[in-house]
Design a protein around this ligand. Structure first.
Ligand SMILES: CCCCCC[C@@H]1NC[C@@H](O)[C@H](O)[C@H]1C(=O)O
Length: 659
């Protein structure tokens, strides 16, 4: 899915800003609000979660629907012959979208984009956009909420009669079965964008398929073969497009050859590859053909000589300038559509117990993160993203996992240019056997995997897909098998959806790793372990003893293994000569002791700790203004462990740490 882009053929209008806002009911909102100005609205900024923007309404406790509304006008003279799309980068969690009172449709899923064609809906002058958003989570949603009982790690005395009675009268509320605040609303950008209507570039895929003679430092290769795939759509996209094989010639990097490979309808695609200086270094011209599924595509290979490779800490980006043109009268050709697609040249693979990027063994240094900040909640905040990336560099880290949902596109763009590696994760968190037996959850899970990969497939920073965080996997009887039977098809789906066929993992929580038969089948074993915190609490000697018993097991599996979570809640300012739990000394000692153990294991390929920064959660007796496992405070100030890790990571190279 291409991100909206302005150029000679396309226009983007942002609909961000301060919208009108009203809260509504648990199960519904007034129908009259869809097509008329909201009565007595309050202001609400977009993008941004609504929860922390208005204290009078107690929006942190809201359960159910809210309604956003704004009007907008577009210059109709610019829209002639254009297709106009209304795109939401994400709405959390469900949305009904209306323009001028007409329901365009609904969408479920809080962390990936969706769009509606509004070409024939918009009118000249003012248009009224109304978006109803439902923040409810439950046993059928991803992320998973509890339909009764408590939230994640909530406390209860169910056997107390008065407690049981009070529950019958308690107001309904979200009970997240996950450990992050259920920030909701129009969390990400909203935009109108246009493409040409008759034919437009619907998708572009750029895939490194071969690297020839990679230099010892992996910065360059004698040549690289890039498979391109351009999908054309539109009202006239398949005009007399032959199902034939198109002939393609690739240009050398020295000269452009005016290749005459065109289809019967005279349409052709030109792809010029620009290096980071904007110099054309390769390219092709090709015709389109119709695929078996009816789609109209141009695909083939482009050879780039003297390729500059994308590496962690040494990013290099090319731009594919894709132009679709058609023959006009007197053999004049005219451009129909164009799109500039950044991409990086690199390879990713698992080989034995190593995770290879450009053929070199990579060691993950980093974190689980959250999209989380004061006031913005989970709202897209590029200032925060730029700050976080600067802190990742300051810490000499090189990677993070998008725990526990795909992040906003702008963060991946930033990591592409800054050489930071991402493990991309779907919002499958809080799952267990009730979900494995629920077809609706399975369908939503498949949709999340397909949509995440479709959106993020061209990012060189993405090196692995995570299809879940800490689902139930172990236990008695057929539970392990039921879990395996649920996840195996999803593992295979992720591989099938990814043109780069990157490694796929599933992040497992502290469990009986002997009965869990799923984690060991992943390409990389990703473990969240809390020896010394949630168990053997405070006893780092026992914690290391237990960790080594488990590491001995993983050694037998013969795959790369890494931490995707390990950590300790730490309140900045709490100290002790023999640091006890919650002190800054304990967090530092925790990492010093645990890291000393994993350093002894050559097949242990990464340490992503939990968490980059403190973050907001549902209220509970073990959450003191949220989860405090950050090595940074929520306002991004370093705790003692951050300084210790910065020194450690400065001594760990991106490649070859474990040989
Ligand atoms: C035995 C309990 C296992 C909890 C595993 C630890 C949890 N993993 C998922 C994260 O979203 C939580 O924040 C983390 C925690 O609680 O800080």
């Amino acid at each position: 899915m291409l991100y909206p882009q302005s150029n000679d053929s396309r226009i983007v209008f942002s609909l961000d800003g301060v919208w009108d806002f009203r809260t509504a009911g648990e199960d519904s909102y007034p129908a009259a609000w869809a097509g008329a100005p909201l009565p007595e609205p309050v202001p609400m900024a977009v993008p941004g979660s609504y929860n922390d923007q208005n204290d009078e309404l107690n929006l942190r406790a809201h359960y159910g629907w809210v309604v956003y509304q704004r009007s907008f006008a577009v210059p109709s003279r610019l829209m002639a012959g254009q297709r106009t799309m209304l795109r939401f980068d994400a709405t959390t969690h469900a949305a009904d979208v209306y323009v001028n009172g007409q329901l365009l449709g609904s969408h479920f899923g809080g962390f990936l984009p969706f769009e509606f064609d509004v070409t024939d809906v918009l009118r000249s002058g003012e248009n009224l956009l109304t978006v109803a958003v439902d923040n409810r989570i439950g046993s059928s949603t991803l992320p998973v909420g509890n339909d009764a009982g408590t939230a994640f790690m909530g406390s209860d005395n169910a056997n107390v009669p008065a407690v049981a009675e009070a529950k019958k009268h308690a107001r309904r509320q979200n009970l997240p079965n996950f450990d992050f605040f259920n920030f909701a609303g129009l969390n990400r950008h909203v935009e109108l964008y246009t493409t040409p209507a008759s034919a437009y570039i619907a998708d572009i895929t750029m895939t490194t398929t071969r690297l020839v003679d990679v230099a010892a430092d992996a910065r360059t290769a004698a040549s690289a073969v890039i498979a391109y795939d351009v999908t054309l759509d539109g009202t006239e996209s398949d005009d007399s497009v032959p199902p034939s094989e198109q002939t393609v010639m690739s240009m050398s990097d020295s000269a452009a050859s005016d290749n005459q490979a065109v289809t019967d309808n005279g349409r052709r695609v030109n792809i010029a590859i620009l290096d980071s200086a904007g110099t054309v270094v390769a390219g092709i011209t090709a015709g389109f053909s119709r695929e078996g599924d009816g789609s109209v595509k141009a695909s083939g290979d482009i050879v780039i000589e003297n390729a500059r490779l994308w590496n962690p800490g040494a990013a290099y980006l090319y731009t594919a300038v894709v132009t679709v043109s058609a023959d006009g009268p007197d053999d004049e050709s005219h451009i129909i559509d164009e799109y500039r697609q950044p991409f990086g040249i690199r390879s990713v693979e698992v080989s034995g117990t190593q995770f290879l990027i450009n053929g070199k063994p990579f060691y993950f240094k980093g974190f689980g993160k959250h999209e989380d900040s004061y006031f913005h909640g989970r709202g897209t905040d590029d200032v925060l993203n730029v700050k976080d990336v600067s802190l990742i560099h300051w810490l000499h880290a090189n990677s993070f996992r998008t725990s526990h949902y795909p992040y906003a596109e702008s963060m991946y763009d930033l990591c592409d240019r800054e050489g930071i590696v991402i493990i991309d994760e779907v919002p499958a968190v809080g799952m267990g056997w009730p979900q494995y037996a629920n077809p609706l959850v399975a369908e939503r899970h498949r949709e999340a995997i397909r949509d995440m990969i479709a959106r993020d497939k061209n990012h060189p920073c993405v090196v692995m897909w995570s299809i879940a965080n800490e689902p139930g996997l172990d236990g008695e009887g057929d539970r392990p098998r039921l879990a395996y039977d649920y996840f195996r098809p999803l593992y295979e789906l992720a591989h099938a959806c990814d043109p780069q066929n990157r490694p796929v993992t599933l992040v497992c929580c502290q469990n009986d790793y002997l009965s869990d038969i799923t984690e060991r089948t992943m390409d990389v074993v990703c473990i969240n372990r809390y020896y010394g915190w949630y168990n053997l609490s405070g006893d780092l000697d026992a914690a290391c003893y237990a960790l080594n018993i488990e590491l001995d097991f993983w050694e037998s599996i013969g795959k790369p293994v890494m931490f995707t979570e390990y950590g300790a809640d730490t309140i900045e300012g709490i100290h002790g000569t023999h640091g006890e739990m919650f002190s800054e000394e304990f967090q530092r000692d925790y990492y010093a002791r645990i890291n000393a153990e994993i350093d002894k294991r050559p097949w242990f390929v990464g340490e992503q700790l939990w968490n980059f920064a403190d973050f907001a959660t549902f209220q509970g007796i073990i959450r003191v203004e949220g989860n405090r496992k950050g090595i940074l405070t929520r306002d991004r100030q370093p705790k003692m462990a951050a300084h210790w890790l910065r020194e450690r990571w400065n001594g760990i190279p991106d490649y070859g740490y474990k040989g």
